[in-house]
Design a protein around this ligand. Structure first.
Ligand code: FAD
Length: 480
């Protein structure tokens, strides 16, 4: 019997799991996928938003403002890549300057530090690659960029180190109320828990409707992106937005924490909650719109494209709280943008709600908030490299030539708690396959390492999701 069962191991579920791992309670974190962070958390803009574009008084505004300043400490404790580079919202006409002034006012009401309106000339002085047609902009210096899946993975690792049980490949199929709490029927086993926290992202409506009559609907809204080569990472220094539309924050140009350049996303309502395809048609429109900000944006230097699905709630705001008709069942649903930014503040709030229901939560004496990221071999000095190779020769074997990733780094992240079991799981943790060749050279070698370290056959190794097999079988059936 668990005290708390968390459904969904995205950035929200993992942040709550980590926050709860401070206390002397038995917590299980489960996900239907074969890795943490395999939902919306792995495919978004990766921005820690300033907080000026959420309507004052909403849950989104509240948690964005509270969440943004928490990232310095969290990323320090969890050793996650994060840069507070600031953002612009560009105006191309006097009409758009009205929007900029409204955003500025919202920023003041939402308590966003340092927000200011600047002239077009000042914008171009700070960002020489942006267009002459810019009239002015909102500048928000507290905006940041992060590696979102690294954050979720680090939170999961840290939560597991502090005693949280993680169950992957575990899909909640139904939930029943019991005398002592809830029974969760999954594809593997029944899990009994006194309290349930629903962090199931796009499927949170489905999970809520298993126990509550107070219904809501989550609609997937797809956004597509270009990732450009690292040679273009310095094209802009800040996150460059255009004025928001009713569908979202509009097309941005931003550097990533890894030094690439990102263009996107658009916004398209979908029916299928799993459709992550990108389309030439939408990408072409994204490129055209991005050129309004910077005519010479080097879209031809694209190395990959991807899409993410926003969990758009019928209530239009985050749905956070105990369901009215299901005691001890807490929804954390409809966590669309700025959900990543809001995640640490949401986690604290949910733990407070739970504390209010359970009574006082007792802190563990041995809770450790810190986690170390994998060694980045290419960032070491020659002396450090030599010392590491002397200790473990696997750090002397380069597997990914684009990013200079060694076998030692890959082996480390496979054997961690909540470690990698798939090719993309390795990619998200240690970065082989994120470079210019996109895994063309290193993927087979990563598969070999996974098979060896996990004691599996090569043809059992999947690319990402459960059935994404890469090899279909042996061609010579073992004949020499
Ligand atoms: C295009 C786009 C751009 C965005 N940009 C930003 C941004 O720049 N900044 C920002 O702050 N936010 C941004 N967001 C929002 C942010 O990505 C989300 O708010 C955040 O990732 C939501 O995390 P989550 O944990 O709620 O959902 P998810 O990451 O989707 O996690 C939910 C998990 O639940 C699991 N699950 C579902 N059903 C079940 C079940 N039945 N049983 C077990 N497990 C289940 C899923 O497998 C999944 O792993 C963006 C979103 C999109 C799509």
């Amino acid at each position: 019997m668990f005290d708390v069962a968390i459904i969904g191991a995205g950035v929200i579920g993992t942040s709550i799991a980590r926050e709860l791992s401070r206390y002397e309670i038995k917590v299980v974190l489960m996900d239907k996928e074969n890795d943490v962070s395999n939902g919306t958390t792995k495919a978004n803009s990766a921005i820690i938003h300033g907080g000026y574009d959420t309507k004052p008084g909403t849950q989104m505004a509240k948690f964005n403002s509270l969440g943004n300043p928490m990232f310095d400490q969290i990323c320090d404790e969890l050793d996650v890549e994060y840069k507070r580079i600031g953002s612009f919202v560009l105006a191309f006409s006097e009409e758009e300057m009205k929007t900029v002034r409204t955003l500025y006012q919202q920023g003041i009401e939402n308590n966003v530090k340092g927000v200011e309106i600047i002239s077009g000339d000042k914008v171009r002085e700070m960002e020489p690659n942006l267009n002459q047609s810019i009239v002015g902009a909102l500048h928000a210096p507290t905006c940041g960029i992060i590696n979102p899946w690294e954050l979720a993975i680090a939170q999961a690792e840290n939560a597991a180190e502090n005693g949280v049980e993680i169950l992957l490949n575990t899909q909640v199929l139904d939930i029943q109320k019991t005398m002592t709490g809830y029974r969760l029927m999954t594809n593997h086993q029944e899990i009994n828990s006194r309290y349930v926290i629903n962090c199931a992202g796009l499927h949170a409506d489905h999970i809520n409707n298993m126990v509550s009559q107070d219904r809501f609907v989550i609609t997937p809204r797809r956004g597509q992106y270009f990732v450009l080569d690292k040679s273009e990472g310095g094209f802009v220094n800040k996150v460059v937005f255009q004025c928001p539309t009713k569908l979202g924050k509009g097309i941005l140009i931003t550097p990533t924490v890894h030094g690439n350049l990102l263009l996107g996303p658009d916004a398209q309502d979908m029916e299928d909650k799993e459709n992550l395809t990108t389309t030439a048609e939408n990408l072409k429109i994204i490129e055209e719109i991005a050129r309004k900000s910077a005519a010479h944006v080097p879209a031809h230097k694209v190395i990959t494209t991807y899409a993410g699905l926003r969990a758009e709630p019928s209530t239009k705001d985050f749905i956070i709280g105990e369901a009215k008709d299901a005691k001890g069942f807490i929804n954390v649903a409809g966590i669309k943008s700025p959900g990543l930014t809001s995640s640490p503040a949401i986690a604290k709030h949910v733990v407070n709600i739970l504390g209010g229901i359970i009574g006082e939560l007792k802190e563990k004496d041995d809770y450790n908030p810190r986690r170390k990221r994998v060694v980045r071999f290419d960032q070491l000095s020659d002396v450090e490299k030599a010392q590491l190779i002397k200790k473990d020769a696997r750090f002397g074997r380069i597997i990914c030539r684009c990013e200079s990733i060694t076998e030692g780094e890959i082996v480390d992240i496979i054997h961690r708690k909540a470690g990698a079991t798939t090719v993309d799981g390795v990619k998200r943790r240690a970065r082989p396959g994120t470079g210019r060749c996109q895994g063309g050279f290193c993927a087979p070698r990563v598969m070999e390492i996974l098979a060896k370290e996990l004691g599996k056959d090569m043809d059992e190794i999947v690319k990402d999701s459960k059935n994404s097999y890469i090899l279909t079988g042996k061609t010579n059936k073992g004949k020499k």
